[in-house]
Design a protein around this ligand. Structure first.
Ligand code: ASP
Length: 456
């Protein structure tokens, strides 16, 4: 059986929902549809999840705009139901349940916000199940509590607990197509909590693992995952197959097609993830799997990703290599500031610690620098900001000679200064630190070198 997840853009209006229904009806092995909340209908539109977050904060602040936002949300569902001529009293039910939610206990705002946020998916799943029934499919909404999707007690960033997988296996027994709302589950104490934003992808992967699906299809609005960001490179080459490890590296550095927490549950069970297009379902899409079939993608590298917003702290001290515990002291300062670290690159007498810049305010940076200096008696402690990480990813790099040279030469021809180079021990990727304002030139330079000029 297949578990199929549909993202918000596939569910934004009645026309899209019809495509979704046809996709489900065209393959009897598609047994479970995991759905997002309605997304944007056009570029300047607002996602229902964003409206719900606004509604929750207006409610918490006692804002006079609450009623207006409430109406706007109901209107989104009502226009879909009307266009699809759904006769079941679904809009009455959505209106009642959303207004009941707004009356719930607000003493822990995190739980309140999560409950309101998650109603986007929950109500959409009810509406879609009603539409499927109207269209003649045997379909049923299922609530994550009933299905046993148990999460850690961390509102807004919950993680799946192992017992969920055992519970979810029972979903195999339903005769109907199950419409499962993405993005949320329940704690052991029965409180509703959500994953981080974009988390319906995670639900899909967990459900696929739980029911031991043969495939997890993730429907979005592109024909495939591209080797580079199409906003930077015009009409980039599409990828037919990616390994889990490559996808992990690419999504870390900015490939946002799939939530980066959504890979592990599929990977753990060896379930292939296929990214497909709701607007063009016959296109083969991109398969993410354990091993790439021989000859499926003829290029020396698999993808180029880039991500802005990093900073590094450069620390140097003469004879650092002989000083026992030096790196530990540096890292413990980062820990005491509750900072998560992305990379550590070291030389003989110096190290660079790279982290996401938005974790610290200007004041805290000054404190961090002086604390590192104090703890290590370093000769130099300097912050370098506006750093962009350029990641060149591909498992076949391991066995090829000259890849680093080719990238470095393409970047040097484009006059891009490399602040740092790092190759992970897995040799699946190469990371280059560059200045943020050179991001686009760098991506295009590497793209041209590998996908246009000489694909070997
Ligand atoms: N609707 C949620 C969001 O926008 C979850 C999702 O769509 O995956 O973050």
């Amino acid at each position: 059986m297949k578990v199929v997840k549909f993202g918000g853009s596939s569910l934004a209006n009645a026309r899209q929902l019809e495509k979704v229904k046809n996709i489900m009806a065209s393959d009897p092995t598609r047994r479970i549809a995991v759905v997002s909340a309605p997304g944007k209908r056009f570029d300047s539109d607002t996602k229902v999840t964003d409206l719900l977050i606004e509604l929750a904060s207006q409610c918490l602040n006692g804002s006079a705009d609450t009623l207006q936002t409430f109406k706007e949300i109901i209107e989104r569902y009502a226009s879909i139901a009307e266009e699809l001529s759904i006769e079941e009293p679904i809009i009455e039910e959505i209106t009642r349940s959303l207004s009941e939610l707004l009356d719930m206990d607000k003493s822990v705002p995190g739980y309140f916000i999560d409950a309101v946020k998650a109603s986007g998916e929950d109500n959409n799943a009810k509406l879609i199940a009603a539409y499927f029934r109207k269209a003649g499919l045997k379909a049923r909404y299922i609530n994550p509590k009933e299905a046993g999707l148990i999460l850690s007690d961390e509102p807004g960033q919950a993680k799946v607990l192992a017992e969920s997988y055992l519970n979810l296996y029972a979903l195999r027994n339903y005769e109907e197509i199950l419409v499962f709302p993405g993005f949320f589950g329940y704690t052991r104490k029965g409180r509703l909590v959500t994953f981080s934003r974009g988390g319906s992808d995670i639900t899909g992967a967990i459900v696929a693992n739980g029911v031991e699906a043969a495939m997890y299809e993730n429907f979005t609005d592109v024909d495939s995952i591209f080797v580079a960001n199409p906003k930077i490179v015009q009409n980039p080459v599409g990828i037919s197959h990616l390994t889990y490890r490559e996808m992990r590296e690419l999504s870390y550095a900015g490939f946002s097609v799939l939530h980066d927490e959504a890979l592990y549950p599929a990977f753990a069970e060896g379930i292939p993830v296929v990214v497909k297009n709701t607007n063009n379902p016959s296109a083969p899409g991109t398969v993410i799997c354990e091993e790439r079939p021989e000859g499926s993608d003829p290029f020396a590298i698999t993808g180029i990703a880039s991500q802005k917003g990093f900073a590094s702290i450069y620390i140097s001290k003469y004879m650092m290599n002989r000083e026992v515990g030096f790196v530990r002291r540096v890292l413990s300062v980062f820990e005491s500031f509750n900072l998560s670290i992305e990379h550590v690159v070291s030389g003989i007498d110096d190290i660079d610690v790279i982290f996401k810049e938005d974790q610290l305010s200007g004041n805290e940076i000054e404190h961090l620098l002086s604390e590192i200096k104090h703890q290590t008696a370093a000769d130099q402690v300097v912050k370098c900001d506006n750093l962009c990480l350029l990641m060149v990813v591909g498992e076949s790099m391991k066995s090829r000679v000259g890849i680093t040279a080719k990238i470095a030469s393409a970047l040097s021809k484009a006059s891009i200064n490399l602040e740092m180079i790092n190759q992970g021990s897995s040799e699946n990727s190469l990371m280059f630190g560059i200045k943020e304002d050179q991001e686009e030139y760098a991506v295009r330079a590497v793209y041209n070198a590998f996908f246009q000029e000489d694909p070997r």
